[in-house]
Design a protein around this ligand. Structure first.
Ligand SMILES: NC(=O)c1ccc[n+]([C@@H]2O[C@H](COP(=O)([O-])OP(=O)(O)OC[C@H]3O[C@@H](n4cnc5c(N)ncnc54)[C@H](O)[C@@H]3O)[C@@H](O)[C@H]2O)c1
Ligand SMILES: O=C(O)C(=O)C[C@@H](O)[C@H](O)[C@H](O)COP(=O)(O)O
Ligand SMILES: [Zn+2]
Length: 385
């Protein structure tokens, strides 16, 4: 005999499948970058929409890059929908650990073995790891070929597939080797989220909350009110958060494609978060989890500086906690280790640590104008040592 909570789980699961089977209209967000402009298509049944794929991937030679977890779920369907083109595939190992330079070599080998020329298209079918890596292969193969992002995680749909940051990690730091290379299109098929594990879904929510905290106070209030629908994976709620997140990201990327200035706002929580990922060896902490803890650290430092009130700080942290995300870094990471990683952050200039901090919820700033002691005290708050 099942318990009441078993029953609740079963009925919620049933409702979730029903929710996903309701068809939402396709939404489109444009990333307007002159000759590098492209659209983000957000909808359902897009992976099997041959006419959409033919329109957005107008090449005869197509290389699909994916990983060993996603391939059995979605690769056949995609290859079938691509039809009669010359389609090659490259299936990489799963995980953040695989986001490194030498994982790119099998993709280059496969492109060359198949005689792919400069008119070929790469298709990144996966989360942020595959998108960043395949995008960097596209940026460098024969000095640059076209690519399309088909994000399969929430994080990739709301963030990594958009904006053209591609690259791989180095043991000394996150995304240390890479290039700006915009995709030709982003195809976000919400149906693919039905197989995403809950932990990965929560990690994606960290980047969604990021947009709200850094520049969209109305979205923050919406998320506070609608988190249950989001976590039930209600199709309309998913379509809304993906669309709103992409609109926020597109607006910033359009204004500052190569991060000369305001694009760094998209790095809220990342100076701390990337240090957590690096210090733990890339993997145990998912990117979104590290960024969640990092955003809490940025909130706490902002409150220490009196740039936000204690209430605003608590409100931001409460939402992150309600999303089931960590609100503190691992206590074993010492302030020295944090500073070591943070000193190599790409936002720094002239030896100064530039951080994304808050001057109100929905109002982030990039600043090196804070007393070093405030940063050290914040790091010490979390440390065992
Ligand atoms: N380029 C950017 O602007 C940008 C932005 C944010 C994050 N990132 C990068 O993205 C990476 C994190 O991306 P992520 O969170 O998508 O992680 P990920 O790519 O590792 O995917 C998460 C996990 O989910 C699995 N998975 C993916 N889609 C699935 C699906 N539909 N069903 C079942 N399992 C699925 C994957 O195999 C993997 O195990 C980090 O490397 C981060 O630095 C880049
Ligand atoms: O698109 C951006 O710009 C971002 O900063 C988005 C981040 O969520 C993402 O994690 C990005 O890869 C971080 O970039 P980095 O330049 O700090 O390595
Ligand atoms: Zn990120």
């Amino acid at each position: 005999m099942g318990t009441q909570s078993d029953w609740l789980k079963i009925s919620l699961g049933h409702w979730r499948n029903q929710a996903l089977s309701t068809h939402t209209k396709t939404r489109r967000v444009e990333v307007a970058l002159g000759e590098r402009s492209y659209n983000i298509e957000i909808g359902q049944q897009l992976l099997t929409d041959s006419s959409l794929l033919h329109a957005l991937i107008p090449a005869n030679q197509v290389m699909v890059v994916t990983n060993e977890t996603i391939a059995p779920l979605y690769l056949d369907a995609l290859v079938k929908s691509l039809g009669t083109k010359q389609v090659a595939t490259c299936v990489l190992p799963d995980g953040e650990q695989a986001k490194r330079l030498d994982s790119m070599l099998p993709v280059f080998d496969e492109l060359l073995a198949n005689g792919f020329d400069r008119d070929c298209y790469l298709v990144a079918l996966g989360g942020g790891v595959i998108g960043d890596l395949a995008g960097f292969v596209a940026a460098t193969y024969q000095r640059g070929v076209a690519f399309v992002q088909i994000p399969t995680t929430l994080l990739a749909m709301v963030d990594s597939s958009v904006g053209g940051k591609t690259g791989v990690n180095h043991p000394c730091g996150k995304n240390m080797i890479g290039a700006f290379h915009q995709p030709k299109a982003v195809i976000a098929d919400l149906d693919l989220l039905s197989s995403l594990p809950d932990r990965e879904f929560r990690a994606g929510m960290a980047e969604v909350i990021k947009y709200a905290l850094l520049g969209d106070a109305a979205f923050l209030a919406w998320l506070e009110a609608h988190l249950p629908e989001v976590f039930a994976r209600d199709t309309e709620a998913l379509a809304y958060i993906v669309e709103r997140s992409c609109q926020n990201k597109a607006a910033i990327v359009q204004a500052d494609e190569k991060e000369a200035g305001q694009r760094a706002l998209l790095n809220l929580g990342h100076s701390f978060g990337h240090a957590i990922e690096g210090a733990t060896g890339y993997g145990p902490w998912l990117h979104g989890e590290a960024i969640a803890a990092g955003m809490c650290m940025a909130l706490r430092l902002s409150a220490r500086l009196s740039w936000i009130t204690a209430e605003e700080c608590a409100r931001g942290i409460a939402l992150i906690q309600r999303a089931g995300l960590p609100i503190e870094p691992p206590s074993q990471i010492t302030p020295e280790t944090f500073l070591d990683f943070m000193q190599r952050d790409k936002k720094n200039r002239g030896g100064q640590l530039r951080l994304v901090l808050l001057k109100g919820l929905g109002n982030a700033v990039v600043s090196a104008d804070y007393p070093e002691s405030a940063l050290l005290e914040t790091l010490q708050e979390y440390s065992d040592g």
